[in-house]
Design a protein around this ligand. Structure first.
Ligand code: FAD
Ligand code: UDP
Length: 394
């Protein structure tokens, strides 16, 4: 008969939340860890792989790493080298004066406005130009308020309204302000999508970084495995849960809404397809929101190129928690249940129902590890206590 291993931890989900914690638990505490994922691969939504043509693509849409946290960047740097990369995005819109379709920098900046309206404004003049168009908003509450309060209704409708209605199947007026507030408005000529201190891509890709993180003698990884199956087949003392929090509790209080996407991956028999890493398509009549070309991100040299179109969808994998007050209220009910689970820790974008970027999930996982350190004895110490040796002063 084969010996049944008792793991100290079952980690459900091999994305950032699960993999960061698995590595810390094994490497820092000497705990035995089993990591499972229902998908047939590690790396969660950050999974990348070579497509049939040999181009490195991201299966779940473009993932661009950026952070202001030195600690997060330093931690990931243990598992990867980096390629400096600053993401740039163009938005395809119709010029109001001439009716022609043009691509202009997004976030909206000085060049966006000058090109769109055929102007030659300076930074100061643009401040005044925005101020003349901005609507007075008493209390900025929604994703509509954020934008119309800064740049006025015409630009809001051109760049934000259609995109947001497609992405979320909600009007910006029905979404928390934090959603469109992710995209700033600038009066200078900075055309980077992010302004974080650290902006870089893992040199050999995300999956390679995760493989190094999970490559530890105390970590076993099983992909293509559901939580229910792991529960039947293995023994474990504690759980790290990084899946949807409502799923863990059998949807007891009803389903938390998540927004999904369908990805259309294409390889083109040409060296380049787009002028920048991503082109956004805010027009409501266009069914996709954006198209991205990976070689800009990865720096890969290849005679062909691969792009991904993102089509928002109601059904499918739960990619985005939907930030609005009623959903937050429902999440709070699940959070109360989660707080009552003594041996399960809830970490990550789905388990804490937060619209987090990768670096925020890494930060949350590292903070969770610190909490575990304070409240759970490492496996070896636990065993010693059980054997009565610690009490004897060993
Ligand atoms: P996930 O990566 O979702 O991992 C959770 C894993 O748990 C999944 O692999 C799932 O299969 C598994 N799982 C769930 N339930 C079970 C179960 N019952 N049994 C077994 N396995 C289970 N962030 C950025 O910083 N920059 C970007 O450019 C960026 N772009 C993005 C683009 C898109 C289209 C999306 C959807 C997200 C993007 N993000 C980006 C966010 C980023 O994907 C997340 O912050 C990060 O991947 C979350 O990590 P996680 O570990 O919390 O969750
Ligand atoms: N957004 C928009 N137009 C754009 C880009 C973004 O209306 O051209 C809004 C939209 O609601 C989107 C949100 O801003 O969901 C956040 O954009 P971000 O690029 O951060 O989305 P993510 O990369 O997380 O999908």
């Amino acid at each position: 008969m084969s010996e049944r291993i008792t793991y100290d931890w079952l980690v459900v989900g091999a994305g950032f939340a699960g993999s960061i914690l698995a590595e810390r638990l094994a490497a820092e505490r000497g705990d035995r860890v089993l990591v499972i994922d229902r998908r047939d691969h590690i790396a969660g939504n950050a999974f990348d792989h070579l497509d049939e043509a040999g181009v490195l693509i991201h299966r779940y849409g473009p993932h661009i790493f950026h952070t202001n946290s030195e600690a997060v960047f330093a931690h990931l740097s243990k598992f990867t080298e980096w390629r400096p990369y600053e993401h740039r995005v163009l938005a395809e819109v119709v010029r109001p004066t001439t009716g022609e379709t043009i691509q202009v920098p997004m976030p909206i900046n000085l060049d966006t406005i000058n090109r769109l309206y055929g102007l030659d404004l300076s930074e100061d003049e643009l401040e005044a130009w925005f101020a003349a168009r901005a609507e007075t908003v008493q209390q900025v509450r929604t994703s509509e308020d954020v934008v119309v309060g800064k740049v006025g209704r015409e630009l809001y409708e051109m760049f934000f309204r259609g995109y947001t209605r497609k992405q979320w199947a909600l009007d910006p007026s029905e979404l928390d302000k934090s959603v469109t507030a992710r995209v700033p408005t600038r009066t200078n000529r900075d055309d980077r999508y992010f302004t974080d201190r650290f902006q870089a891509m893992p040199l050999q890709g995300y999956t390679a970084m995760f493989a190094r993180m999970l490559d530890h003698p105390l970590i076993d990884v099983r992909t293509g495995m559901e939580f229910a199956e792991a529960r039947r087949r293995f023994s474990f003392r504690r759980v790290i849960w990084t899946g949807p929090v409502d799923e863990y509790f059998g949807f007891r209080h009803g389903r938390l809404p998540y927004r999904s996407l369908r990805f259309r991956h294409e390889t083109l028999d040409q060296e380049w397809a787009l002028p920048t890493g991503t082109v956004n398509h805010p027009a409501e009549a266009t069914p996709f929101t954006r198209v991205s070309e990976y070689k800009h991100l990865t720096g890969q040299a290849h005679p062909k190129t691969s792009v991904t179109y993102e089509f928002p969808a109601a059904e499918g994998d739960p990619y985005y928690p939907i930030p609005r007050p009623e959903n937050q209220a429902l999440y709070k009910r699940y959070e109360a249940l989660a707080d009552g689970e003594r041996d399960t820790w809830f970490v990550g974008r789905l388990a804490t129902y937060r619209y987090y970027n990768m670096d925020q999930v890494v930060g949350q996982a590292l903070a969770t590890f610190e909490r575990i350190q304070k409240s759970v004895l490492p496996a070896a110490a636990n065993d010693a206590v059980a054997a009565g040796r610690v009490a004897a002063g060993d």
